[in-house]
Ligand binder design. Structure first.
Ligand SMILES: Cc1cc2nc3c(=O)[nH]c(=O)nc-3n(C[C@H](O)[C@H](O)[C@H](O)COP(=O)(O)OP(=O)(O)OC[C@H]3O[C@@H](n4cnc5c(N)ncnc54)[C@H](O)[C@@H]3O)c2cc1C
Length: 318
């Protein structure tokens, strides 16, 4: 089922969903199931699976020179989605990127998803590869998520890249996109970011999932601004419970989000990460309850490969 249909059928109840990332290459899919199993009692209508593009690593050779190698550390997004749909009978949503994909790669990826019965995708640009400052698209790839959304929508209308194909089958993807309550790191202003968000919607996106935030007011203000700008599609909030002291610096650095002073103060007081985890759980429960009270249709949790704290939060909220 499509995310938009899940939301329509929820009859005003707030639903639980979460995102997982594929395991590092070499690990078994069991590590994924072990994280998902405890969360299934909260009946997620869908589970997102992130996509991780290639990275460049430099390996020293016998002659002392460095050799550049291209590696994908977390492959398996499509396989995991298929396995989730098969094992749990819930919708699995692969994230799909512009980065590292030509338009032809994208089309072939989408054909695989369609054949597997996957009906939702989250269309994203992706970040720059770690060794580069700015995002560079593939030679025949998309520069922004908007182009990717357009390509998925075209396939939904039966338009393949090869316009000589006859009697083509139409795909039926519901397209999700990213939104940033605290603006995307490269956007010169929130207004500019929302301007481009609207273009993704005009191109065919049907729902938004937000970047994590730790202050609900940021989300409420963002939704209000989007609605004033005429954006009417669902805006699903993304939530992440802080779990280590290191994340006080890592999350703002990596995701360009602010942490509220009160949360920072609580984390600083903690003696160890077990205490930080507890603070993160309590903070996230409060955030979740407030969003639930506001009638938000779905709360989406970033599990980042660990489900125990999400399980504790969900048991208090759903
Ligand atoms: C919910 C969510 C899930 C994510 N999942 C993944 C994942 O699985 N894998 C992964 O690698 N990354 C993921 N990311 C990170 C994401 O790829 C990065 O944040 C990336 O830098 C931006 O992606 P986007 O789709 O928002 O880009 P875009 O919508 O293309 O926007 C990128 C920037 O360009 C600007 N912009 C957009 N269109 C134009 C235009 N036409 N002209 C000029 N400027 C423009 C925007 O304002 C923004 O600043 C996720 C992010 C979120 C919020």
């Amino acid at each position: 089922m499509k995310v938009t249909e899940h939301i329509a059928q929820a009859n005003g109840n707030t639903q639980f969903s979460f995102e997982i990332l594929p395991p590092l290459k070499g690990q078994h899919i069991k590590s994924i199931f072990d994280n998902i199993d405890p969360l299934m009692e909260f009946k997620p209508p869908f589970i997102d699976v992130t996509y991780h593009r290639e990275e460049y690593v430099y390996k020293e050779q016998a002659n002392g020179l460095l050799k550049r190698q291209v590696v994908k550390k977390r492959p398996g997004t499509v396989g995991i989605c298929a396995a989730i749909q098969n094992r749990y009978k819930v919708d699995a949503i692969p994230h799909i990127l512009c980065g590292g994909f030509t338009k032809e790669d994208t089309e072939n990826f989408l054909i695989d998803l369609d054949f597997l019965g996957i009906q939702n995708v989250v269309a994203l640009r992706g970040d720059a590869v770690k060794t580069e400052t700015y995002f560079t698209p593939e030679k025949d790839g998309h520069e922004y998520a908007e182009g990717l959304v357009k390509q998925i929508k075209a396939l939904n209308d039966g338009h393949y890249l090869d316009d000589e194909l006859l009697n083509t089958s139409k795909t039926n993807f519901c397209i999700g996109i990213a939104g940033y309550p605290e603006k995307h790191m490269e956007a010169p202003s929130l207004d500019s970011d929302i301007h481009f968000l609207k273009k993704k919607i005009k191109s065919g996106a049907e729902y938004i999932v937000t970047q994590m935030f730790f202050d609900n007011q940021k989300y409420f203000d963002f939704v209000e601004k989007c609605r004033k700008e005429g954006i009417s599609i669902p805006i699903i909030p993304g939530l992440k419970p802080i779990a280590t002291k290191k994340q006080l610096n890592l999350l703002p650095h990596r995701f360009h989000v602010d942490l509220p002073e009160a949360l920072i103060a609580e984390v600083i007081k903690c003696k160890d990460n077990a205490e930080v985890k507890q603070v993160g759980i309590e903070w996230c429960i409060q955030q979740s309850k407030e969003l639930q009270k506001a009638g938000i249709p779905v709360l989406h949790y970033y599990s980042m490969g660990k489900s125990d704290n999400i399980q504790t939060i969900a048991s208090q909220v759903f």
